[in-house]
Design a protein around this ligand. Structure first.
Ligand code: UDP
Ligand code: MG
Length: 324
């Protein structure tokens, strides 16, 4: 556990990093002057999500010159959202900002977020992307489908332009940290809590260095987590599909009986195998859906830790959050 502090910092900046060796210098060089310029006590919680490159070694070097930089290193790669969760639990600030390490979220916006939170007295300030033209077509299309689906399944309060760049008050972070959920999708959970909120617009920049750490497989996993953690609609769709196939088969049986009554011999097996395939397919879809939910229930029952912290530089002493 991190050392308790005499007085917590006013601001924690949480940033998950996975193989960000190439981006980390740029990130620190731009973040530091912004935070120093705010004139308050802060800490930066860099969560190393089991990186296999030299991210941690570089962070530790940078920390020698910047004591407010804390390094929390997870034992293995657990994914962006779980790493974010580790950061939120480690953060000690009155306000907590979550931000990506690749400078796609401009650090300068943090000042605007803090001002909005203080002036308007709100608990959450969302960073809202006004321009995503620097993202690839593939990224924009897949994000478009994701948010379209979430708005329908989860609710209209999911903004299609708010990702994980946001500021939260201590009250919000405490609620998030107390959730028993195994794999919370923060961008959906936070708006669902209904805290007072404001928005700050920003332009989504290009990744400063390196490549995206979100391959298709991780996107699919995020989508499955998002859908199953918020909605039983897919299960309902499965039921409707099952009913539909049942009635189609019933119609086929009746028409077959009628044809038999008229002495007309069914010439082929077409209707038979169509029905078998249709039913088989629908059953497999439904089983798959059930499996997704049951798998999550199983994980929740096992209640294994989502991640293990290998190192937290805050354990070395309280020097990491000295006011400037
Ligand atoms: N990230 C992480 N663990 C992962 C994948 C990504 O901590 O398994 C971090 C990554 O280092 C970055 C943030 O999550 O700070 C967003 O990832 P990325 O920029 O690669 O995603 P994209 O912007 O392409 O969606
Ligand atoms: Mg990015």
């Amino acid at each position: 556990m991190p050392q308790p502090l005499a007085s917590p910092p006013a601001l924690s900046v949480v940033t998950p990093m996975y193989n960000e060796r190439e981006a980390v210098d740029h990130f620190v060089a731009r973040l530091r002057p912004v935070l120093d310029g705010l004139g308050l006590a802060y800490e930066v919680v860099a969560v190393d999500d089991g990186s296999r490159d030299a991210t941690v070694a570089r962070l530790l070097q940078l920390r020698a010159d910047w004591p407010q930089l804390r390094v929390v290193s997870l034992r293995r790669n657990v994914g962006h959202q779980a790493a974010l969760g580790a950061g939120l639990r480690s953060a000690r600030g009155d306000y907590v900002v979550s931000i990506d390490a690749d400078l796609q979220d401009p650090p300068e916006t943090i000042g605007d977020m803090l001002a909005a939170a203080r002036e308007q007295g709100v608990d959450v300030v969302y960073g809202v992307r006004t321009d995503r033209s620097t993202d690839t077509i593939f990224k924009r299309r897949t994000a478009g489908i994701y948010y379209w689906l979430m708005r329908r399944l989860v609710g209209p309060w999911v903004s299609d332009q708010a990702g994980d760049f946001r500021l939260m008050s201590r009250a919000v972070v405490d609620v998030l940290n107390g959730l028993p959920e195994q794999r919370p999708v923060y961008r959906l959970v936070v708006p669902s809590l209904g805290f007072s909120s404001a928005e700050v617009a920003y332009v989504r920049a290009e990744r400063v260095a390196g490549e995206t750490k979100y391959p298709l497989s991780k996107m699919i996993r995020l989508t499955l987590d998002s859908v199953t953690s918020f909605s039983a609609t897919p299960l309902r769709i499965a039921t409707w599909l099952g009913l539909l196939s049942f009635f189609i088969c019933l119609a086929l049986v009746i028409s077959g009986l009628v044809a038999w009554g008229f002495g007309a011999v069914v010439p082929g097996w077409t209707s038979l195998y169509v029905a078998v395939l249709l039913l088989g397919g629908i059953q497999l879809i439904c089983l798959g859906l059930l499996g997704e939910y049951i798998g999550r229930i199983y994980a929740a029952v096992q209640n294994r830790p989502q991640y293990l912290i290998g190192m937290d530089t805050a354990d070395e002493g309280t020097g990491s959050v000295e006011p400037i």
